[in-house]
Ligand binder design. Structure first.
Ligand SMILES: Cc1cc2nc3c(=O)[nH]c(=O)nc-3n(C[C@H](O)[C@H](O)[C@H](O)COP(=O)(O)OP(=O)(O)OC[C@H]3O[C@@H](n4cnc5c(N)ncnc54)[C@H](O)[C@@H]3O)c2cc1C
Length: 362
């Protein structure tokens, strides 16, 4: 039977737009309390910080890319992008409209992944094949993604398969989201492991011919590389909101303004969680999950009681100046705490070996 083009309201319908770190956890915790519909362009949940390990370690793959229906036995999943919303309905890219009683925006960062899990797995295998077959690898971008990928590659491939890794970064130091001391430690670690780090230079390998094996940086240096990876951070996925009834709540950074209960525009039934919100704190997965848990508790109250006095709703307390950890291969990591940064196997023991690779299923 064909899917209905309109999913009508059921009175307790919670529509969650975005099945990333925050949206997936929220859907899982609410699925036995409401009629939950998760709208996501992918059929699967993916753990962003395990991506880089999965690129070099196929065993990590299965636990990194988890079908939504594996942990959502009582929720509906609509595999599509949300393209519009009004005060009662979400429109999707497949022409299906989904009515809501409660709405949660959790679209985080723009998604460039294929909708089907096997195609995503193939992408990892293809990346792995490219690295396996290369003697030299160019990484463009010295943020956490570029640094972690460089570290994974130098640690995962030993002599005689060792790769010559070059990291080119446009800024004067790596990891600009961290302090200069932490960035200096990462630079020392990478250089000690044999990575060539070129700072204050840019390179655009995508504009070179497909069979190019040499790339010239803006400073005129030549980098030999059999394959390359561009590691830029993805923009917030809020452009689509600018044409909707929430447009006045999108700030000029593309964030959605929320109150202390994580509601948008003080509306009783519209919430936002995760990287998309304007909560004044660093954008981390563990904070996105904390936000999801606050909204989950608020929605459970609202679902049971219909309406709840303001003071009964749970409040979200933004994280203090938060810690940031960048993994450096399997055994080391660089941790920046509010008062110091340190590098070695102690922060490594906290994050990298298993990279917290557990899905929303726990
Ligand atoms: C390489 C890397 C390493 C990281 N390491 C760490 C770490 O170690 N620790 C940590 O705490 N955080 C880490 N982070 C940050 C963390 O991943 C983010 O803070 C977290 O993913 C934010 O969760 P989110 O649910 O708000 O958004 P996302 O996880 O970005 O999820 C957004 C979801 O919305 C979907 N979506 C987008 N647009 C639409 C639309 N129009 N309609 C429907 N769905 C849509 C996307 O497909 C995606 O599924 C890392 C991030 C990266 C990239």
């Amino acid at each position: 039977m064909a899917e209905p083009t309109m999913l009508r309201s059921t009175g307790d319908r919670v529509v969650i737009v975005g099945g990333g770190i925050a949206g997936a956890l929220l859907a899982k915790t609410l699925q036995n309390h409401a009629d939950v519909v998760l709208i996501d362009p992918k059929e699967y949940f993916e753990i962003p910080w395990a991506n880089l390990r999965a690129q070099v370690d196929p065993i990590a793959l299965d636990r990194t890319v988890i079908p939504h229906d594996e942990y959502l036995s009582h929720a509906k999943v609509v595999t599509a992008c949300a393209t519009g919303i009004d005060d009662s309905v979400v429109l999707t890219s497949i022409g299906r409209a989904v009515a809501y009683d409660f709405l949660v925006i959790a679209t985080g960062r723009t998604c460039t992944r294929p909708p089907k899990r096997p195609d995503r797995i193939d992408m990892f295998h293809e990346d792995r094949r490219r690295i396996d077959g290369a003697k030299s690898v160019l990484i463009v971008g010295g943020g956490p993604v570029g640094v972690e990928l460089a570290a994974e590659i130098v640690i995962s491939y030993a002599y005689p398969d060792k790769k010559a890794v070059t990291l080119v970064h446009g800024g004067a130091r790596l990891l600009e989201a961290m302090g200069p001391r932490a960035a200096g430690k990462a630079l020392d670690w990478l250089r000690y492991k044999g990575v060539t780090v070129l700072l204050d230079q840019t390179v655009d390998p995508a504009s070179a011919p497909p069979d190019a094996r040499e790339f010239t940086t803006s400073a005129g240096e030549t980098v030999k590389a059999d394959c390359y990876f561009v590691c830029a951070s993805r923009p917030l996925a809020s452009a689509w909101l600018r044409e909707t009834f929430l447009k006045d709540h999108v700030n000029d950074k593309g964030q959605l303004a929320v109150d202390e209960h994580l509601r948008v525009g003080g509306m009783r039934n519209v919430f936002a969680v995760g990287d998309i919100t304007d909560v004044a704190e660093a954008k981390h997965g563990y904070l996105a999950q904390r936000q999801a848990m606050v909204v989950s508790r608020n929605l459970k109250l609202l679902l049971v009681k219909g309406s709840v006095r303001e003071e009964k709703l749970h409040r979200y307390k933004p994280g203090a100046k938060s810690t940031m950890t960048v993994t450096l291969g399997r055994y080391d990591a660089l941790a920046e705490l509010p008062f110091m940064s340190f590098l070695g196997s102690l922060p490594g023991a906290v994050k990298p070996r298993e990279l917290f690779i557990t899905g929303p299923g726990g």
